[in-house]
Design a protein. Sequence first.
Length: 375
Amino acid sequence: MTLARAVPRAHEKDDATLASLLSVADFEPIAATALPPSAWDYFRSGAGDERTLRRNEEAWREWRIFHRVLVDVSKRSTVCRALGIPSAFPLWIAPTAMQCMCCPEGECDTARAAASVGAPMVLSSLSTRSVEDVCAAAGTGAVLMQIYIAADRGFTRELVQRAERAGCRGIVVTVDTPVWGVRERDLRNSFRVPDGLRIENLERAGMPSGHSGRGMGECLGWTIDASLSWRDLEALCSWTSLPVIVKGVCRADDAQLAVQSGAEGVIVSNHGGRQLDGAPATAESLPEIADRIGDCAAVFVDGGIRRGVDLLRARALGASIGLIGRPILWGLAAAGERGVRRVLEILRHEFDLAMALAGCPALESITRDLVRRGP
């Protein structure tokens, strides 16, 4: 795949078209048309039969909202903080790889859009723009760095410290990837890093650049390590003064061990359904984890969030922040920075409206009794 094929064909929808898109889902078919087939399959794919991928969205809808009435909601506030990082509403951007497959500016466009709306961004270590460029593009906006702990721990330590020097506000370490999950769409497409693009933060002499092989396991297998243990998390926490967030947890006992090992937060995640097919949906895992560690650490959740009302459900179930990944890519493919901004604005508006309709004038009033599991 050449760089020309890596960038959407009919990029940049006009302002009138963007304004006509009323939900996050409206962006998906536009991205499907704009992206080359192998890039589209890479972004949308899940592992195995993709049951966990589908279940992530379904599980949020099963939580019914028992709204309160006759509550004064004429004034509402959606502003929040997590680990000292402010956000205009309880949403961060999840790390997603190789965003320059969506548009030429890639992660830098996402950073600019996120900063303009007040949504912190977690940058993937598999990004196609450097952490320095992304932090510069974000300006005063908050950027966190996602990493994998590679077999070369020295290289990982250098990347953590490089991110801190660049101005990142936190380190998100993904722990659900001792090996790469089998994403059959990628194997059928012989997916690899497109020619003309670079995994900017992971390039090193003598190691594969991802431009050969079939699927992530062959292209960039060196970036992860099956021997990873809790001792490695403890070591990573000692390498930086930034808060460390552990991403990829689905069990309360693992969440507790993460906090005991030095993490200040946990992201309840199954890697967007891209690792273990059969893992629980994050909306199913979240309540138990929040009950276990919510008083001593920040709890975040990603996976299947597609509406502002899903953010309301996430808050009620104990998460401070919900993260979205694929919808950002859809916006990026539709219209670069403006597309991402529109996606975020839709979700912010939907969340504010959901608060009003649920009888919640403040984030603190979004409590567990607001939701009940339905059939």
